[in-house]
Design a protein around this ligand. Structure first.
Ligand SMILES: NC(=O)c1ccc[n+]([C@@H]2O[C@H](COP(=O)([O-])OP(=O)(O)OC[C@H]3O[C@@H](n4cnc5c(N)ncnc54)[C@H](OP(=O)(O)O)[C@@H]3O)[C@@H](O)[C@H]2O)c1
Length: 197
């Protein structure tokens, strides 16, 4: 996320997945010395040792992934190999038949974020569920479904694009933390969501 709160710049599309200027958000993935192979994919990042430790922790603890249809479409379904190689649940209004069916790592969920998180928790077993995509994360926050918020904060101001935090109403959502891991080009922040009542 940029310091001004955007996870993609303006005019995102499959041709420009992070929008105009948004590629800066991912520069830290290729500017370090430590190789990190993203499980389930053929992507190899070159990152700092601190960032690599953090990504290994995510890899160990996450057993399923929930995302939104725009992220899925913009990433072209990660070519059929979603990040972390875990069962991936895509919240959408319509099922793309070409990606669904037996053997697909994707389950398309048409009854909203609660249903997606419920199915993802079952698939993850004793591991956690990662949620990645702006509108889906916002709906999960609103529904009280998130336990933690992880932000990879990048020192850039994008000025516009896709905001991570909006449409959240005005009731304050209390957070504890952050746990901070400082690394070149990115600051990793982890917040615990306080469940009221
Ligand atoms: N910087 C990063 O690390 C990072 C990570 C992830 C994503 N991104 C960026 O974030 C952007 C995508 O985020 P986004 O918030 O625009 O979209 P999104 O959350 O990925 O997807 C939104 C879409 O999901 C479907 N949807 C959402 N809520 C639903 C519900 N309750 N029931 C049924 N369907 C529902 C709708 O699609 P349909 O109506 O078409 O089904 C909606 O248009 C992209 O630019 C992506 O590159 C950045």
């Amino acid at each position: 996320m940029s310091l001004d709160g955007f996870i993609a710049g303006p005019n995102d599309s499959p041709e420009l997945p992070l929008g105009e200027g948004g590629e800066r958000l991912f520069e830290w993935y290729s500017s370090g010395e430590t190789e990190y192979e993203l499980p389930g994919t053929d992507m190899v990042f070159k990152i700092s040792p601190q960032s690599a430790d953090l990504l290994r922790e995510v890899e160990r603890t996450m057993g399923a992934f929930v995302t939104g249809r725009r992220t899925f479409d913009i990433a072209n379904g990660w070519g059929g190999r979603p990040p972390l190689g875990v069962p991936t649940f895509v919240v959408t209004h319509t099922v793309p038949e070409e990606w669904a069916g037996e053997g697909s790592p994707f389950t398309f969920v048409t009854d909203g974020v609660e249903g997606a998180v419920e199915q993802a928790k079952r698939a993850a077993g004793d591991r956690g569920v990662a949620v990645g995509a702006a509108s889906i994360a916002q709906q999960c926050i609103e529904a009280g479904l998130l336990d933690e918020i992880h932000v990879n904060l990048v020192p850039v101001l994008l000025g516009g694009g896709v905001r991570l935090f909006e449409h959240l109403g005005t009731a304050p959502i209390r957070l504890e933390g952050p746990r901070v891991v400082e690394a070149p080009g990115v600051t990793h922040l982890t917040f615990h969501v306080v469940k009221e009542g």
